[in-house]
Design a protein. Structure first.
Length: 298
């Protein structure tokens, strides 16, 4: 009887190990139509961040100086009106409709790539799942970059390089072409969470982490992917040829509005790694706040 018990216990242990192993390597399908929930950091995403709002971002001096010179009027230039968002930002930006589907080998049915179609300017990201290496650093850059993926349990982990210059925040804070994004797609039933871990040796002093949630759509409207499929640039503002809206160092008066409007210490609004952590609140309490914004101060 004892031998029988030992055999049963051993068999049960092997079964648990097998189940545990299959759970650890479990893969889920992300295929379907998804919509961004826009509940996290909503004011930053739509209508967009205020000028000078660098709070909580681990930027360095290079990024700060770049953003200080930024003028929102630059987006009226024809060559900027249809500029796409890069892979590291697009799922946080105006990606109202996202369709994910798989490309499979016709014989083995192995997944070769996962495709992510975004309705903004009809962009399609390809996440290669076949183990291919990333190209040479001298390879061309694209808005969506070059992405490879792997499964860690039920999480799809995607590494993206070779992106064109994009945004960390749409008020002028830049992301360089040397940035590397590591993303995790984690599905929970009819929702998935997208986590992005961004490293940028040019404009970030520490990695930046952001998350967004998406909900699956069951009844997809025909016009979901038609809103932004094309973009026609126009001459929105009459200005001399070659003029690019900008601010010279120290001359951007608009930067004073954000701290005054929200009564936030100016030093805190300048961002940096220290501003990411809860302990910084105690330091802010010792800082002077600017006077409230009035009509005469605008």
């Amino acid at each position: 009887m004892q031998n029988v018990n030992r055999v049963m216990i051993a068999a049960f242990t092997v079964l648990l190990m097998a189940l545990g192993g299959s759970t650890a390597s479990a893969q889920v399908s992300l295929a379907g139509d998804w919509a961004s929930m826009f509940h996290e950091d909503q004011p930053e995403r739509a209508p967009g961040p205020e000028l000078g709002d660098y709070l909580g971002l681990p930027i360095n001096d290079a990024a700060r100086h770049y953003a200080d010179a930024w003028s929102g009027a630059r987006l009226t230039l024809p060559e900027h009106q249809c500029r796409a968002h890069v892979a590291a930002y697009i799922l946080r930006g105006p990606a109202g409709g996202v369709r994910i589907f798989e490309e499979k080998d016709e014989t083995t049915q192995e997944v070769i790539a996962i495709k992510i179609f975004i309705n903004t300017y009809a962009q399609t990201r390809t996440v290669y799942m076949d183990g291919r290496p990333h190209p040479s650093p001298n390879a061309p850059l694209t808005w969506q970059g070059f992405s490879t993926g792997r499964w860690e349990g039920n999480q799809l982990v995607v590494t993206t390089t070779h992106m064109k210059q994009g945004w960390v925040r749409r008020n002028g804070l830049p992301m360089s072409t040397h940035a590397v994004a590591t993303e995790r797609f984690i599905r929970h039933g009819d929702r998935f969470t997208h986590t992005m871990y961004l490293q940028d040796p040019v404009f970030l002093a520490e990695p930046l982490i952001k998350t967004e949630d998406f909900v699956r759509l069951t009844n997809v409207a025909p016009n979901l992917y038609q809103n932004w499929l094309s973009c026609q640039p126009d001459d929105e503002v009459a200005r001399p040829k070659g003029v690019v809206p900008h601010n010279l160092p120290g001359a951007n008066k608009d930067l004073a509005e954000f701290p005054a409007r929200h009564r936030i210490p100016v030093e805190a609004t300048r961002g940096g790694p220290e501003t990411m952590y809860p302990e910084y609140i105690d330091k802010m309490k010792q800082m002077a706040t600017p006077p409230p914004l009035t009509r005469s101060s605008r």
